[in-house]
Design a protein around this ligand. Structure first.
Ligand SMILES: Nc1ncnc2c1ncn2[C@@H]1O[C@H](COP(=O)(O)OP(=O)(O)OP(=O)(O)O)[C@@H](O)[C@H]1O
Ligand SMILES: N[C@@H](CCO)C(=O)O
Length: 303
């Protein structure tokens, strides 16, 4: 491939953890950010952002998308070109839907395309994981689908997790932010053996439950002892929304990524009722949420 002057990269939102899979499993959703990069021969940086939360995105060198772009050039040991970046935001910021992963993946993929793809997809992935610090958002954002990542001796093993077509994700996105760093600060640095065993068993059950679409297994499997018990205090109305979702027919409900978005898994028959119940429950707590059913994105980042 040859060097090009402009590229547009589309990157999906992701929902990480899925209950017991803390820091190792995530799924790409059909909700997107679009990033256009145009080489500027005179040098410099300009960033323009459109979309609902446009004014919340940094437009200077600290912009995460640009930081990922720079990281690519550092990695290939070349001087970065001047660039004009146009961001069209579709993924809400700091809500637990992988907005930072879209920026990291978007910046790396765009730079790689501009330079004629000197890096392989798996090299881009390794760099994205190193930047984000955990794989569960950047891997599905790059590759699409539901993915489990495990660090091996030399690198990462990525496993494609089959997702039964009857399972519908419903996301309830509240009108407040929760940064991942804040949501990680409340977690203990050590866990008990009992909690480790609990999550190991539940993640195993979840993988098989997702594959065959068995409601009882998914219901049990969505429980977690490693992060949700500590984080739910950061999300007002968590218990009420959980009860409403399950009463309306959800298999279960979890925190999407680091929150505050809540994710219910259900079937087609119940998805509308589950969405309405989650919205109403949060409204009763004084929180307005954008609640919607989203299907899985299977393509990942595309340019
Ligand atoms: N499109 C973007 N362009 C530039 N920076 C972005 C963009 N999207 C997100 N960011 C940066 O990432 C921050 C949000 O990252 P954070 O990890 O806290 O949340 P998240 O990635 O949305 O949620 P989670 O990691 O729980 O799924 C924003 O405050 C902003 O600094
Ligand atoms: N696994 C990460 C996802 C959010 O980036 C966490 O829960 O902190």
């Amino acid at each position: 491939m040859s060097v090009v002057s402009s590229v547009t990269v589309t990157v999906p939102a992701t929902t990480a953890n899925l209950g017991p899979g803390f820091d190792c499993i995530g799924a790409a959703l059909k909700l997107y950010n679009h990033f256009k990069f145009t080489r500027v021969e005179e040098g410099g940086l300009s960033i323009a952002v459109t979309g609902e939360e446009a004014q919340r995105v940094q437009t200077d060198e600290s912009n995460l998308l640009y930081q990922a772009f720079l990281r690519f050039y550092q990695h290939i040991e070349q001087t970065p070109p001047g660039v004009k970046i146009e961001i069209q935001l579709g993924v809400p910021l700091a809500r637990g839907l992988g907005s930072s992963a879209t920026a990291i993946v978007g910046g790396l993929v765009a730079a790689n395309q501009l330079e004629g793809a000197p890096m392989s997809q798996s090299q881009v992935m390794e760099l994205a994981i190193a930047m984000e610090g955990h794989p569960d958002n950047v891997v599905p954002a790059l590759l699409g689908g539901c993915r489990l990542a495990a660090s091996g001796g030399a690198g990462w093993e990525i496993c494609d997790v089959p997702w039964h077509q009857d399972i519908i994700p419903v996301v309830a996105i509240p009108d407040f932010e929760l940064s991942t760093s804040e949501a990680r600060r409340v977690l203990p640095t050590q866990v008990t053996r009992a909690d480790a065993i609990f999550n190991t068993a539940h993640l195993g059950l979840l993988l098989r439950g997702l594959e065959i679409g068995k409601p009882e297994w998914i219901k049990t499997a969505l429980q977690d002892k490693l992060h949700q018990p500590y984080r739910k205090a950061l999300i007002p109305g968590y218990d009420a929304v959980n009860l409403a979702a399950v009463t309306a027919g959800a298999y279960g409900m979890v925190i999407s990524g680091a929150g505050p978005t809540l994710l219910a898994l259900t079937d087609e028959l119940h998805s509308e009722a589950v969405a309405a119940a989650m919205s109403t429950a949060w409204e009763q707590e004084g929180i307005i949420a954008n609640v919607r059913s989203l299907s899985l994105d299977i393509q990942g980042a595309k340019s």
